[in-house]
Design a protein around this ligand. Structure first.
Ligand code: 9WN
Length: 428
């Protein structure tokens, strides 16, 4: 690996600064002109490398969108001046929070980011770091409780998604069977804007969008009430990537609860974390060398070969043979590929190296896996993923939204915030 090159570090910081909109960061100009939930969490960790005040600000601005029931929505529409470049905007969602927001959520990376931002700030001034963290801890804990109440009402330990956008992996083959049951009918016409910015071959199909919007309209009809949505949802997946992120968030929140002397929070979190840990472990499938989600409508395992099957490494301390089997499987998928771990298994019928979440490599997914690999004592493969991520950015792709694993080409939006943040954190 070449020594750190200040040119790329400077460019990554410049991207975050250029995408700043008064304290929050848009994922990229025009294609995504608002604040996205899990993007902002990754971005906050990036800012924490050089500007902790700005890192806290990113999280504080996201919390402005938090609903009274605790949910933090997947998009906060702070400023509608760029609204005509994105669909679906606030009118399609029909929610009623004071700052306009979407009505669904996204993976809870927030508390993980808060831990990183706090620790960076505490290295300079522990008392100030705690004071700034406390309200954000409260917000994160409220959201954590929302996940369990709204998305695991039967106390299984796994949380469910009611919309593919909640996974952050919108058109993953993991949803193909479940999404095919969702009608393509919509009340209002679907007016896509994404394909004005990015080639249609890199994006979800029109049929996917029709189903995405059918779900939005169904939940808007349910008044965005979690219990009603749960009762009527035509799409309901107990999902392992989100659950793993929730568990890691739960661990980080438990550490805050201990630091802040919140004994009753700590006890609640310990019980939730233990339940989820056991449930997640039960999703390991030795024949696949991966974990699997469960389709709650059909009751079947979701066994499509996607990256999500490896993300539980982030939050579990795996038995050594399980960790070894998983690492061997990831190594097989990434052999001869560029940029790190492809999001679907290369060479299979679902594999599409340029189509969004159906094959390309994403820096933030590598980043989550790298953390989990270190946790599970696989530093060599962690380093391999890290070096592949840095190399694809430095040599072929730049700070693109995602990468084609066959060619190393940058795809999707350019000057992308979470790619810049991943670069800063992985470059260290
Ligand atoms: C829908 C912003 C977001 C990411 C998601 C990614 C994509 C949105 C879209 O962009 O989703 O939320 O319109 O395609 O799939 O992970 O948070 O970068």
């Amino acid at each position: 690996m070449p020594p750190p090159d200040n040119k790329f570090v400077a460019k990554a910081k410049a991207i975050l600064e250029a995408n700043d909109r008064n304290g929050y960061t848009v994922p990229t100009h025009r294609l995504y002109p608002f604040q996205w939930n899990w993007d902002s969490a990754f971005v906050a960790m990036g800012f924490a490398q050089f500007d902790v005040d700005r890192a806290f600000r990113e999280l504080e601005r996201l919390v402005e969108g938090q609903w009274a029931d605790g949910m933090i929505p997947h998009i906060v529409f702070h400023d509608l001046s760029g609204a005509d470049s994105y669909y679906p905007g606030p009118a399609v969602w029909g929610t009623s929070h004071t700052v306009a927001t979407s009505g669904i959520t996204q993976p809870p990376v927030f508390a993980i980011a808060l831990r990183a931002v706090h620790d960076a700030a505490a290295a300079v001034d522990p008392a100030a770091a705690n004071a700034r963290t406390l309200p954000l801890y409260e917000a994160a804990l409220k959201w954590q409780r929302w996940w369990y109440a709204a998305r695991d009402p039967e106390n299984t330990g796994l949380v469910a998604l009611l919309h593919p956008w909640e996974s952050g992996s919108d058109n993953s083959p993991a949803w193909d069977i479940a999404l095919a049951r969702v009608p393509t009918t919509t009340i209002k016409p679907v007016v896509r804007k994404d394909t004005n910015h990015v080639a249609a071959a890199m994006r979800p199909h029109d049929q996917d969008y029709a189903r995405f919007i059918h779900l939005v309209e169904t939940y808007a009809d349910a008044g965005w009430d979690p219990a009603q949505q749960w009762a009527t949802a035509p799409f309901k997946i107990a999902e392992i990537q989100t659950t793993a992120i929730l568990l890691k968030a739960g661990e980080d929140l438990a550490r805050f609860a201990a630091d802040f002397g919140r004994a009753s929070d700590a006890a609640d979190l310990a019980a939730l974390n233990a339940r989820t840990r056991a449930a997640l472990l039960a999703q390991w499938r030795p024949a696949l060398n991966r974990f699997v989600s469960r389709d709650l409508v059909s009751g079947a395992d979701v066994d499509a070969s996607t990256h999500a099957g490896f993300v539980p490494v982030l939050a579990l301390d795996l038995d050594a043979p399980v960790a070894r089997a998983m690492v061997a499987e990831m190594a097989r998928w990434s052999a001869g590929k560029l940029g790190g771990l492809p999001t679907t298994e290369p060479g299979t019928p679902i594999w599409e190296p340029k189509r969004y979440w159906r094959g390309p490599v994403w820096a933030v997914i590598n980043w989550l896996l790298i953390n989990g690999l270190h946790r599970n004592a696989h530093p060599a493969f962690a380093d391999q993923l890290r070096e592949a991520t840095l190399a694809v950015i430095e040599t072929t792709a730049g700070f693109a939204e995602y990468f084609d694993p066959d060619t190393g080409e940058g795809c999707g939006g350019g000057d992308f915030s979470w790619t810049a943040a991943a670069y800063l954190c992985l470059r260290g």
